[in-house]
Design a protein around this ligand. Structure first.
Ligand SMILES: [Zn+2]
Length: 239
């Protein structure tokens, strides 16, 4: 067994380790960074895929309007030709040429329109799929941020609880040991003590504790790990 002195220091170490852990968790809190990066990626794809769908739709609308314009012109010429106002043979010939040209243009547009009827729906579907994914991602980000706030509050409460416990735990430790512990803590990321595992290694850094050191620990001496220099806590294989 460890001495009463070391048992007290161990309690303090538990509190300090808890505080270190909370700080670490607070610093690494997931506030949706990954999700936001994914959202940016989706928005980039949306600009491309959505842009393509809009371009094709606009093309189709333009062609449909153009067809209507051609039909109107043809009707007008038809009226002129059969309304009795055109009698001159040359005029009739010109109008017939115009009709032929308009019909060629209309056929050409029809072909393009048929092609677009094939490509517009899947392009629109792809754009709408991305839009849905964006909406879903935005929802996830909002939820992640809400959850992060709750987690942060929990961590703060736990931090306050441990901070409150610390003075009492520190009072029981003798000043010499406390100084040693504090200076190790400062060098070792806030954790100044480590348990000796069942396999007689330091739980802080994994280094094997020498047989001689284990014997000294059994004799209730204050021993530090030869590698990480943390004060070792030995409970005779209980850990
Ligand atoms: Zn160690």
């Amino acid at each position: 067994m460890a001495s009463t002195e070391l048992q007290r220091l161990w309690k303090l170490n538990q509190i300090d380790s808890g505080l270190v852990d909370i700080r670490h968790r607070a610093a690494n809190l997931d506030v949706g960074k990954r999700l936001t990066a994914e959202l940016e990626e989706l928005k980039k794809r949306d600009a491309e895929i959505g842009g393509n769908a809009r371009k094709l739709s606009a093309e189709l609308t333009d062609l449909e309007l153009a067809q209507k314009g051609i039909d109107d012109k043809l009707k007008k010429i038809d009226k002129e030709m059969y309304g009795g106002s055109v009698v001159n043979a040359r005029e009739v010939e010109n109008l017939q040429k115009e009709i032929a040209a308009l019909k060629r243009q209309r056929d050409h547009n029809d072909e393009k329109i048929l092609g677009l009827w094939d490509t517009v729906p899947p392009a629109k579907a792809a754009a709408s799929k991305i839009e849905t994914q964006i909406a879903e991602k935005e929802k996830q980000i909002v939820e992640r941020k809400k959850a992060a706030i709750v987690e942060k509050q929990k961590l703060e409460a736990e931090f306050a609880r441990l901070t409150q416990l610390r003075p009492d735990a520190a009072r029981g430790v003798n000043p010499g040991l406390m100084n040693k512990y504090d200076s190790i803590r400062q060098r070792m990321g806030g954790v100044g003590m480590a348990e000796v595992t069942r396999k007689n290694s330091c739980a802080g850094c994994g280094t094997v504790v020498a047989e001689r050191a284990v014997q000294s620990l059994k004799d209730e001496k204050v021993i530090t790990c030869e590698s990480c220099h943390r004060i070792l806590y030995y409970t005779e294989g209980v850990v």
